[in-house]
Design a protein around this ligand. Structure first.
Ligand SMILES: N=[N+]=NCCCCNC(=O)[C@@H]1[C@H]2[C@H](O)[C@@H](O)[C@H](O)[C@@H](CO)[C@@H]12
Length: 448
């Protein structure tokens, strides 16, 4: 009997983006600068000197982009809100024109039968708050709750699914430890403090929602399953450290109210003794958790690797994407199994999954042929279906990304979109993967 890949009735199919990566016009209509506005305009920080000044011009083209979503039959759209568009100084004065943009976007989605899924923070912290210490200042938990309340008041009731943060690991690893992302710090003393305050802020945002919210709120983590390069005790210990650092450092304070012991092992004296009371804030009941999956890592011990003493090992005879990530769909299934075992049967959404491959330019009206991206999607949807068959409480899937966009400091060259964007003309062109995904949605997976 051939395997059926039909998903449960009501499984939710969507696509995802984020504000700084697609909107453009970062300072329009009274918006304040974010740390990404500053970082992108700092020479040497961005590939090819790319910035989010225009990006996909979604700030002006959002109605047309909603029609692209409708053409795929999307049931949901995950977007983020630029904090400094609505609170130019991060706290205090509200910029109503900024709030109005997101209100118009939500209404456009609802009018087209697409469910809005809003992320409050997708890395673009207001620069004014960074000037006050940003994620290193414990007060940011209150600043974030103030911002969250402004958006709950403006959009709740129309937005039925909220996320506090997107991928706090990337914010601290990229923005505070290695410096490759905004705000570009390089300190193993700052990274744990920023990580902890991110989870305090997320907890404060969830608490604020419980007072006024009518629907669902959760938090989004990137998970990258780790596999030892050998059975040596050193490699197994290195894998354990890498797993705790990337996959447990944020979910544990949110869902267990504690940190894994490996973090003190990794950071040593740079790991603060956080007040026990903090975990009463970081640990809040969530309605769902969003998991972003791209790849796995095979890990070996390396005494010179800072600060993990662990490094990834490139795998032979397999496919890697343009961002250097191994195509490994078994890791997708393994991720769900691990998550359920450690944190219990919390409703889950895949809030991001996708791949960057080179896309050849096409003639007018054609479809961009992207077989490697279609293969990645097909393999990962099947792997996700296996997880559901194994009893994982998975409610939906958001493809990353609706559009080719600004891949942060890697610029526009790394293309994850279901739709190709010609950034010189802003023309959107569907890729073959978009057509395939539309069939997946129409048949609820039966076409896989
Ligand atoms: N090494 N390594 N391993 C993989 C670690 C992945 C960490 N980066 C992400 O998950 C980011 C997430 C982000 O939300 C989005 O804004 C980004 O555009 C995508 C694509 O990059 C993904």
């Amino acid at each position: 009997m051939t395997q059926s890949y039909r998903f449960p009735p009501g499984f939710h199919w969507g696509a995802a983006t984020s504000a700084y990566q697609i909107e453009g016009s970062p300072l329009a209509d009274g918006a304040g600068p974010s740390i990404w506005e500053r970082f992108a305009h700092t020479p040497g920080m961005m590939a090819n000197g790319d910035t989010g000044d225009i990006a996909c011009d979604h700030y002006h083209r959002y109605k047309d982009d909603v029609q692209l979503m409708r053409a795929l039959g999307l049931q949901g759209y995950r977007f983020s809100i630029a904090w400094s568009r609505v609170l130019p100084e991060g706290t205090g004065r509200i910029n109503q024109k900024g709030v109005d943009f997101y209100s118009r976007l939500v209404d456009e989605l609802l009018e087209n039968g697409i469910e809005p899924n809003a992320t409050l923070f997708h890395w673009d912290l207001p620069a004014a708050l960074d000037d006050r210490g940003g994620w290193l200042n414990r007060d940011i938990a209150h600043w974030f709750a103030e911002y969250a309340n402004v958006m709950y008041k403006a959009l709740d009731g129309r937005v039925k699914r909220w996320s506090t943060l997107n991928e706090p690991w990337v914010v601290t690893d990229g923005g505070y430890l290695h410096g490759a992302l905004a705000p570009g710090h390089r300190s193993k003393y700052e990274a744990p403090i920023a990580a902890h305050n991110l989870m305090r802020a997320s907890g404060a945002g969830i608490q604020a929602y419980r007072a006024v919210g009518k629907h669902e709120i959760g938090v989004v983590f990137n998970i990258e399953p780790k596999y030892p390069a050998s059975n040596s005790p050193e490699d197994i210990a290195a894998t354990r450290r890498a797993h705790a650092y990337m996959n447990e450092q944020f979910a544990d304070p949110a869902l267990l109210g504690s940190y894994p012991p490996e973090l003190k092992e990794i950071f040593g004296p740079a790991w603060p003794d956080f007040p026990e009371d903090d975990f009463k804030l970081t640990q809040q009941k969530v309605d769902f958790v969003g998991l972003n999956y791209y790849t796995r890592a095979v890990v070996k011990h390396d005494p010179n690797a800072y600060p993990l003493k662990a490094v990834p090992v490139k795998q032979p005879n397999t496919t890697y994407t343009e961002t250097g990530w191994e195509v490994y769909e078994q890791g997708f299934t393994d991720m769900f199994t691990w998550f359920k075992q450690r944190y219990g049967d919390i409703p889950l959404y895949v809030t991001e999954n996708g791949s960057a491959f080179y896309d050849a330019p096409v003639a007018e009206g054609d479809v961009v042929q992207d077989p490697l991206r279609t293969s990645y999607l097909r393999k990962h949807l099947k792997a996700m279906h296996h997880a559901i068959e194994q009893g994982v409480n998975l409610k939906g899937y958001y493809a990353w990304s609706l559009l080719d966009n600004l891949e942060w400091s890697l610029g526009f060259a790394k293309r994850f979109g279901l739709y190709h964007v010609d950034f010189a003309t802003q023309k959107r062109t569907p890729k073959a993967t978009a057509k395939f995904y539309a069939q997946v949605i129409e048949t609820n997976g039966a076409v896989l």
